[in-house]
Design a protein around this ligand. Structure first.
Ligand code: DGJ
Length: 725
């Protein structure tokens, strides 16, 4: 049991092992949040409702105290129009144009099973509290869903809106959640980025006013993350109260953090209401995407470990989440578009006894596709370019002990393609305007069922015809001119969300419909790295930037919310294609081991020494791959703040640990650098494989480990620890 209701006080208590979330039906009939944080006793917190005279603020209608205002109160789903001038969660518009929702608590239900969201991925889970709010004048109901994860300190939230009136209702904003924090000094942690530079953390003081992160691109994007966290006081990586919010959504989103004039801090968000509205016909329901709320009393690090556990237990496909991952060789950075079967076989020949067990054929095998200007959407093998059939290549892989994977970009179409020539209306664009160019491709209009059917059929044709074990699903442009001739004028602002619903539909059919195939997600690198994608893709390509020095930053940032098993990480050639930088083959291997590892380089062109290291690297990876799938991550050094990066991955039972230490630049005559592991059992004794020393967990954690870095920039040292006592 994780949900309790005290009828006398009208208070709901949502409890996980270490967290309490307390909601009250207040005397004005709406829902106030009385507390969210470290677990407390189930007591009456009504004394926290200090209703102050707010002078010139708009008063609550009917309140005996004339100057009592919504501005001083917390609200679980605040709506626009009645005097709460902070960012609200809900702006409905009735048929007469009025835009008010006066929420009155209507009742609650406790469901034994968590209901899925129609058409959208969500966390699995059990007991779910449903709180119903109703506005009798507009005849609109809002249901708020709360699922508590006892074993993980997390809560899932979402809203569902029902139009019970006889006329259509426009939803001009329908966020997933709202949480009001009473006071305190917070900073907010968000992430920004760009192609080759995804998910850089940024911490800003919360100010009076609004701080927002969003995407208007139709995808979570390379440029921002659907994540924000409040850091209380001096909270840091290992200490203090941290509240993380991560939307389970892959499209245009918004998250707001707002400090009011009275110092309360509001966090809310969901589907971006920029250029969005949704027409809800009489009798229809609208579901928002879900959001995961995580509370940590152990800083950002513990928040991350909680998100990792939450996603591994409740969103990533259970069939694959703990299954050992294939060790891939991908031909993209090896050949780009310039390949044929003899060339690919020559690469396979060089690695066939190395332990690499999956060959992935990337972009360029289909249609007319010698560069990125044509062919997308024509998913038939180009045997002329390949100089043979795809089966020949697949057979060659199998004979060499490798499985076979194939790249698709299902959502995209080139103007220079047979499918586009036959169906120009299948792409998102405005017919009488030029389409803004992006990689010479357009986005298929996934709001149309016939387009979705075509994609499923065309991709599935190949999945059925060939022996394919793995698919890399790419997506390389954002949406502009979001217009669909399949929708009436008053529904054009629904396109961005309908596109994502269409995407989930094709993922559902192609991925869930082919359960034996392992699907990896990708979007110009990590341009759609979110929990909803994690529901379909147990692995996502983290970035097109494979430079080890950039990767430590990108993987550090990605680990804020996502487990290492979700991150695809490859060893590539040097000088690196993104940075022209050179790091040793060993360093590249060590950094690529901090995720689902693989290779992406022309192994026919590398020197004997590097080639010879692959086998040893694969063996090394096998020793730690269970940790990557199931272990706890401790971030030891932040590469954004200094010269070092350090990741410790420790098994849940604390019997095994791998500590990867990285030095960016060599510094002559400098201080001796120590790394301080954090997640060991203090009283246990560990054998450090690399030094032969046996030391207690408490010594290792308090005295530290001293890596003897190679004399070069971009150098790594890895410590393998095994508990011996
Ligand atoms: C972008 C991806 O991130 C790359 O890995 C590669 O698959 C290319 N697209 C192919 O066009």
């Amino acid at each position: 049991m994780s949900v309790y209701f005290d009828k006398q006080t009208g208070i709901f208590y949502l409890e996980s092992n270490n967290t309490s979330y307390v909601i009250k039906v207040n005397r004005f009939g709406f829902l106030s949040n009385l507390y969210y944080g470290k677990k407390i006793a189930r007591e009456d917190l009504s004394y926290t409702e200090v209703l102050r005279d707010r002078g010139s603020e708009v008063a609550i209608y009917g309140a005996p105290e004339r100057k009592l205002s919504l501005m001083g109160m917390s609200n679980e789903y605040p709506a626009y129009g009645k005097g709460d001038f902070r960012e609200c969660a809900f702006i409905p518009q009735s048929a007469d144009g009025s835009r008010v929702f006066e929420s009155e608590f209507e009742g609650y239900e406790i469901l034994k099973e968590k209901p899925p969201i129609d058409g959208m991925p969500s966390l699995s889970g059990g007991e779910t509290l449903v709180l119903k709010l109703y506005d009798k004048i507009s005849n609109v109901r809002v249901k708020l869903f709360y699922t508590v994860y006892d074993d993980v300190d997390a809560i899932a939230r979402r809203a569902e809106i029902e139009n019970l009136s006889d006329s259509p209702l426009m939803l001009n904003r329908a966020y997933s959640f709202n949480v009001d924090f009473p006071d305190g000094k917070y900073r907010v942690l968000t992430q920004h980025g760009a192609h080759l530079r995804e998910r850089e953390p940024e911490i800003t003081p919360v100010m009076h006013g609004v701080i927002s992160v969003d995407s208007k691109r139709g995808a979570t994007s390379l440029h921002s993350s659907c994540f924000a966290a409040l850091l209380e006081g001096n909270a840091d990586e290992d200490h203090g109260n941290v509240y993380g919010f991560n939307l389970i959504y892959s499209g245009s989103f918004k998250l707001n953090v707002e400090q009011s004039p009275y110092d309360t801090v509001r966090v809310n968000g969901g589907i971006n209401d920029f250029d969005f509205s949704w027409k809800l016909e009489s009798g229809e329901k609208f579901s928002t995407p879900e959001v995961a709320l995580v509370y940590s009393d152990g800083g950002v690090g513990k928040m991350s470990r909680t998100f990792h556990d939450l996603y591994r237990k409740y969103i990533i496909n259970p069939r694959y989440v703990n299954e050992l991952r294939p060790i891939v060789i991908n031909n993209w950075e090896a050949t780009y578009f310039n390949f044929d079967i003899p060339k690919l076989c020559s690469i396979i020949d060089t690695i066939k006894d190395s332990g690499i067990n999956m060959f992935v054929l990337d972009d360029g095998w289909f249609g007319k596709r010698d560069n990125d200007k044509s062919g997308l959407g024509d998913w038939t093998v180009n045997e002329q370019k390949l100089k043979g059939s795809l089966k020949t290549l697949i057979d060659y892989c199998h004979a060499s002990g490798l499985k076979f994977g194939l790249w698709f970009e299902p959502e995209m179409v080139s103007e220079d393609s047979d499918v586009y020539r036959a169906h120009p209306d299948w792409a998102i664009k405005i017919p009488y305007r030029n389409a803004a160019p992006s990689r010479d491709q357009l986005v298929f209009d996934l709001t149309k069922k016939e387009v979705r059917d075509y994609i499923v059929e065309a991709v599935e044709y190949n999945l059925k015809k060939y022996d394919i074990d793995y698919v890399k699903w790419d997506m390389n442009r954002n949406i502009t001119e979001n217009f669909s001739d399949g929708l009436p004028a008053d529904r054009q602002t629904e396109i961005m969300h309908r596109y994502i619903l269409g995407l989930y539909d094709i993922c559902e059919r192609l991925i869930k419909g082919n359960p034996d195939i392992f699907f990896e997600g990708c979007s110009s690198g990590g341009g759609r790295f979110d929990p909803a994608m994690a529901y379909y893709f147990p692995q996502i390509w983290t970035s097109d930037d494979t430079d080890a020095n950039e990767r430590v930053k990108i993987q550090y940032g990605t680990s804020l919310c996502y487990p290492l098993s979700l991150m695809s990480c490859h060893v590539s050639i040097c000088p690196n294609h993104s940075t022209n930088r050179t790091a040793s083959f060993a360093t590249r291997g060590h950094i690529a081991h901090l995720g689902a590892t693989g290779y992406e380089l022309d192994t026919t062109k590398i020197n004997e020494s590097d080639l010879g290291q692959i086998k040893g690297q694969v063996e090394q990876y096998h020793k730690m791959e269970r940790l990557i799938l199931e272990g706890d991550l401790y971030r030891l050094e932040n590469p954004f703040e200094g010269n070092y990066f350090g990741f410790e991955v420790t098994s849940k039972d604390k019997s095994q640990s791998v500590i990867t230490c990285y030095k960016t630049l060599d510094m002559p005559n400098n201080a001796v650098k120590r790394f301080y592991p954090k997640g060991l059992a203090p009283d246990a004794v560990y054998l450090i494989e690399e030094t032969g020393a046996k030391l207690s967990g408490s010594t290792i954690m308090n005295v530290g480990l001293i890596p003897y870095f190679p004399w070069s920039d971009f150098a790594t040292v890895v410590f393998n620890l095994t508990r011996v006592k």
